[in-house]
Design a protein around this ligand. Structure first.
Ligand code: ATP
Ligand code: MG
Length: 219
């Protein structure tokens, strides 16, 4: 069982979106549990709009102490995703989640205001725990020339942070998904959604491979 914290102290970068959609994508082939530790309860509202059943097991909202009790559960999971709060007031929650995690997935938007909080999250909370992690660039706007290249170059060459090869574009379908109760496993596959479904599916495969490889020490 691998526990993946989806985390960034910057709000609105896509933690909830990525936790829900990547958990759904991995549930096609794996046993997945999603835990929400954010008092904002965004996943609860989303999950409430999904036509039942959810493709993964769902526990939210929870205190982070629930993570320590997971091994006692009778059910065994391949992946446990933890959605986390995006505010500085919740640092203690984040610390407890990261203490229990095997891997941190750090969504980041390609905007200057996201840089400092993302770096702070990595330097103060993730790296001191020697936790493997990767940034995933989210909300890349295809209408802005070179945005993806500029930001991947910054991450790779200027700052040297590990990142996923897959990046997620800005899609209205992502923004609509919580209210429509849509997850990649049950979205109509059409022009509105095809790009999104492909990106999330590839990201899920990449993350699952990373997590398993890093835990075996072969990153
Ligand atoms: N790739 C995307 N394209 C379009 N909209 C997106 C994308 N990713 C996220 N969004 C939208 O951006 C907003 C913020 O995303 P989300 O709630 O996932 O971020 P968050 O990091 O969980 O925020 P918080 O810190 O408040 O918990 C939401 O309205 C979401 O639907
Ligand atoms: Mg959220």
């Amino acid at each position: 069982m691998y526990t993946i914290a989806v985390t960034n102290q910057k709000g609105g970068v896509g933690k909830t979106t990525i936790a829900m959609q990547v958990a759904a994508a991995l549930s096609r082939r794996h046993r997945v549990l999603l835990i929400d530790t954010d008092p904002q309860r965004s996943t609860q509202w989303w999950a409430g709009n999904v036509a039942r059943p959810l493709p993964f097991d769902y526990a939210g909202p929870q205190q982070p102490s629930v993570l320590a009790r997971l091994p006692l559960l009778k059910v065994e999971y391949d992946f446990v995703f933890v959605d986390t709060p995006g505010s500085l007031e919740e640092t203690r929650t984040l610390e407890l989640v990261l203490d229990a995690a095997d891997y941190a997935l750090v969504p980041m938007t390609p905007e200057p205001l996201a840089v400092e909080p993302t770096m702070r999250t990595i330097h103060r909370l993730i790296e001191p725990r020697h936790l493997r992690y990767a940034i995933v660039l989210n909300k890349v706007d295809p209408r802005i020339p070179d945005q993806r290249d500029t930001w991947t170059h910054r991450l790779d060459a200027d700052w040297g942070y590990p990142r996923t090869a897959e990046t997620l574009r800005l899609y209205k379908a992502h923004a609509d998904a919580p209210i429509l109760g849509e997850l990649v496993t049950a979205m109509p596959d059409n022009r509105r959604t095809a790009g999104l479904i492909g990106e999330v599916t590839r990201l899920a495969l990449e993350v699952s491979t990373h997590v398993a490889a890093t835990s075996a020490g072969v990153w």
